[in-house]
Design a protein around this ligand. Sequence first.
Ligand SMILES: Nc1ncnc2c1ncn2[C@@H]1O[C@H](COP(=O)(O)OP(=O)(O)OP(=O)(O)O)[C@@H](O)[C@H]1O
Length: 292
Amino acid sequence: MTLPLRVHNLSKEYKDFSLTDVSFTLKNNSVMGFIGPNGSGKSTTIKLIMNLVKRDSGQIELFGLDNLKDEKRIKQKIGFVFDENHFHETLTVHEMKNVIRGFYDQWDENLFQKYVHDFELPLKKQIKDLSKGMKMKFSLAIALSHNADLLIMDEPTSGLDPLVRSEFIDILKLYVQDKNKSVFFSTHITSDLEKIADQITLIYKGKIIFTRNKDELMAKHCLVRGNPDALDTMGEQMFIGLKKDQHEFVGLAERNDYLENELGNQVSVERATLEDIAVFYIEGVKSHVAFD
Ligand SMILES: Nc1ncnc2c1ncn2[C@@H]1O[C@H](COP(=O)(O)OP(=O)(O)OP(=O)(O)O)[C@@H](O)[C@H]1O
């Protein structure tokens, strides 16, 4: 079976920023969360995948097809939700939909109308008068109504309230119940990814730190907290990332017996959230000068 998305050694140079040898693979029927601090290169990577920006080198394959040579064919199979508004502000929802549906061979009007109903989309309102949440739901309704096999979304939930975000997650869960569907999206809201993601890719300063299975990532890591004196016994090298002052240290480590059994009374070992994992991996990279 061909993979929905494969990015290989992708590079792009801007004046003050480089995306360097970015590689990752989205598995079939999988949801991948693409995370990293502001300015890490998430939108740039997504724009390169969608051929909105020209790459310097590397390959991008969607469904086994080259994203440049087979762009037209590929775009029929992708539902794209973009943070920046790419609709004509003065058209109504209904008019805008009629423009967009013309691009898709497999437009499903009944399905679109179902989403209009479910999302309570106001067909007669001009795009400029929609709230942020409504615009996102409209984008999502479009993305879901042309039989796309892959959703690619750039921060689709930024600025949305928890209720709308929770609806969004439910929609994605339903979407990937179909074994042919996959999702790739960037976000800063790692708690959403804890609920829905199968894979996580972390990017920092234009380089990939890791692509990992989310459950495995969360099961394998822990936060360790304690008095800095305990570091003398433990050694700092066991930490992926570490923060300390004179009173306390907090670090991310891989779970192991030594930590949990032998050091039990000197340190506390806690569950690490996805946010902790991302923050401390980056902390570790920052303290590793060779990265720059
Ligand atoms: N067209 C451009 N010309 C020059 N620099 C650019 C251009 N587009 C993006 N950049 C720079 O590339 C870097 C990465 O930006 P990008 O938008 O990809 O980051 P991001 O990870 O999506 O950030 P955020 O989480 O804040 O949305 C930034 O430093 C940005 O200023």
